[in-house]
Design a binder for this molecule. Structure first.
Ligand SMILES: N[C@@H](CCC(=O)N[C@@H](CS)C(=O)NCC(=O)O)C(=O)O
Length: 217
């Protein structure tokens, strides 16, 4: 039984922390927010490296213990707040699809998006253009597939219900906004994004992270 609910999120505006921040707002739980500006390399200060040894965001401190990996943090929060219904429970309808979708997003889409932004830094800059060309193909194939899966009726990533997968997927779609073909070039994904961005928690997230780009007009 979980006795306390004490959260501190280390974030940088628009970074992989965004999905976790959004979920905390959807849950309506109290949390502390600490800004680590990755554009001024604050992720490499000795104090932050104690929390996240690779210097990566997000970090969520849960009851005094730091944890990383956005997808895992979303799943952890869903588990700690089961009544919010942001993940199907074991044996509940949609559970298998939810697991599949979370792993697909974390395994199939987060790594190429990191490569899109960090090809020069994580690898040899000589190969960066080739890496980005592959990422572009992977992401466009993914958007094509997701767009087809959405059909005309489906509202959410896991049919029939809002879940952690929506915060993760929307964040990844947001990161594609300056790619040659962003996710919103696909009509059903565009409609999905419009719905997700209209959520009051998303609007509040933008206010708290002081984001403006890629909002509903
Ligand atoms: N798989 C990780 C990716 C974490 C990640 O790469 N975060 C980026 C921001 S989006 C970061 O910390 N960048 C700073 C750096 O690598 O120096 C997650 O989803 O949490």
């Amino acid at each position: 039984m979980i006795r306390t609910m004490n959260y501190t999120l280390y974030y940088s505006p628009g970074a992989a922390s965004l999905a976790v921040h959004w979920m905390l707002l959807e849950l309506g739980v109290p949390y502390d927010l600490k800004l680590i500006d990755i554009h001024s390399d604050q992720q490499f200060t000795p104090d932050f490296l104690k929390l996240s040894p690779r210097g990566r965001l997000p970090v969520l401190v849960v009851d005094g213990q730091p944890y990383t990996e956005s997808a895992a943090l979303l799943m952890l929060l869903a588990e700690r707040h089961p009544n919010a219904g942001l993940a199907p429970r074991p044996n509940e309808e949609g559970r298998a699809k939810w697991l599949e979708t979370m792993v697909y997003l974390a395994n199939g889409l987060l790594p190429p998006m990191r490569d899109w932004f960090y090809a020069d830094k994580d690898g040899d800059p000589v190969h960066a253009e080739g890496i980005r060309a592959l990422v572009r193909k992977r992401m466009e194939d993914a958007w094509t597939r997701l767009n087809a899966e959405f059909g005309d009726e489906r509202q959410f990533m896991v049919d029939g219900r809002l879940s952690t997968a929506d915060f993760l997927a929307t964040m990844i779609m947001r990161w594609s906004r300056n790619m040659p073909k962003p996710a919103t070039s696909w009509p059903r994904l565009n409609a999905y994004v419009q719905r997700m961005r209209a959520r009051p928690a998303f609007i509040e997230l933008y206010r708290r992270e002081q984001l403006t780009e890629w909002a509903n007009s």
